[in-house]
Design a binder for this molecule. Structure first.
Ligand SMILES: *Cc1c(COP(=O)(O)O)cnc(C)c1O
Length: 335
């Protein structure tokens, strides 16, 4: 199957499976798993943090960050379209008693500092305590500029807030900007990174932060049932992904660009080629096209898409340029 639904669908390569198979294991709740310990040590140093925590998912890593930065009755500010506001079941409120304060994202994915400033609550018992600003990079595939991140750092320092990055796809941002990952992570107090999206590991995310923050997060991870025992098989895959699969993400971006250009030539598919959305392609599908029927036909021919008139196609290590050509050929035949 050629699967355009998401970059979460990647399968571990043979080399990755071999590393998983051979990973030395122990009980990570006792701190005894050498492969988890090696990943956490590598990840903290690689990204410029004192400490790192291997988590079951990006959702869990973000929730742990929010619960480590904020107490009951505190508040975090984030984008209206932030994953950790909109797509994580309201976990911060449900499980952390933390109030989200969403702000409408600008078209480039940023949050406007004037709007942020207006949202920060005064120190008065009518209000929740504003503790944290949470950004996302990439956001809907868009890369936040380094200059914006530096401004965000100055903003939070001035207002005495902490700064978290939902960096599920932060390696896509680094690949696109052709910079070392630390040029991005250096601005943040905590960062979550998905190992199981474009990086191609089967399961797992990282949370990075200070030793104190990670110790708090580790406690909440246990409370939430996220203390995993011989997790080293998964950690080893994540470690392999970080070391081998980050540079190749630019190939996914080139493939996505090619896909966007080809799709824009097909009638009924409107693609805005002026926006760079890294490994994502967005298209508005004309009303007269029966998108569900189209998805069914493509599925019968070995291609998976999420049927939606706001179509999102995602490139990843399981999709080659030849796959894209095949998709465009079949799609054109159906339109
Ligand atoms: C996928 C994603 C997450 C959550 O990751 P899961 O591992 O699916 O829980 C968080 N933030 C962003 C921006 C994501 O794309």
């Amino acid at each position: 199957m050629i699967d355009f639904r998401s970059d979460t669908v990647t399968q571990p390569s043979l080399a990755m499976r071999e590393v998983m198979f051979n990973a030395p294991l122990g009980d990570d709740v006792y701190g005894d798993d050498p492969s988890v310990n090696a990943l956490e040590k590598f990840a903290s140093e690689r990204h410029g943090f004192a400490s790192a925590l291997f988590c079951s998912s990006g959702t869990q890593a973000n929730l742990l960050a929010l619960m480590a930065h904020c107490q009951r009755g505190d508040e975090y500010i984030c984008g209206q379209s932030a994953h950790n506001y909109k797509f994580e079941g309201g976990g911060a409120a449900v499980l952390g008693s933390i109030q989200p304060q969403p702000i409408e994202n600008e078209n480039d994915g940023t949050l406007c500092f004037n709007k942020l400033k207006a949202a920060i609550k005064p120190n008065d018992f009518h209000f929740a305590h504003t503790r944290l600003l949470s950004l996302e990079n990439t956001i809907a595939g868009k890369v936040l500029k380094l200059e914006y991140l530096a401004q965000a750092r100055r903003f939070v320092d001035f207002h005495n807030l902490a700064l978290h990055l939902d960096g599920a796809r932060v390696y896509n941002a680094a690949a696109e900007l052709d910079i070392d990952i630390t040029a991005i992570t250096t601005h943040f107090d905590s960062v979550s990174i998905c190992l199981s999206k474009g990086l191609g590991a089967p399961v797992g995310s990282l949370l990075l932060g200070s030793e104190e923050l990670i110790n708090t997060a580790k406690r909440w991870r246990k409370v939430l049932g996220g203390g995993m025992r011989q997790a080293g098989m998964l950690a080893a895959a994540g470690h392999y992904a970080l070391e081998h699969n980050s540079k190749r993400l630019i190939d996914d971006h080139h493939n996505a660009r090619y896909l966007a250009e080809q799709l824009a030539n097909i009638s009924g598919f409107e693609v805005d080629l002026s926006i760079n959305t890294t490994n994502m392609v967005y298209a508005k599908v004309a009303d007269h096209i029966d998108i569900n029927a189209l998805a069914d036909k493509l599925k019968a021919q070995g291609i998976l898409i999420s049927p939606n008139h706001n179509l999102r196609l995602v490139t990843h290590l399981g999709i080659t340029c030849a796959d894209i050509k095949q998709f465009i050929r079949l799609l054109s035949a159906h339109i």
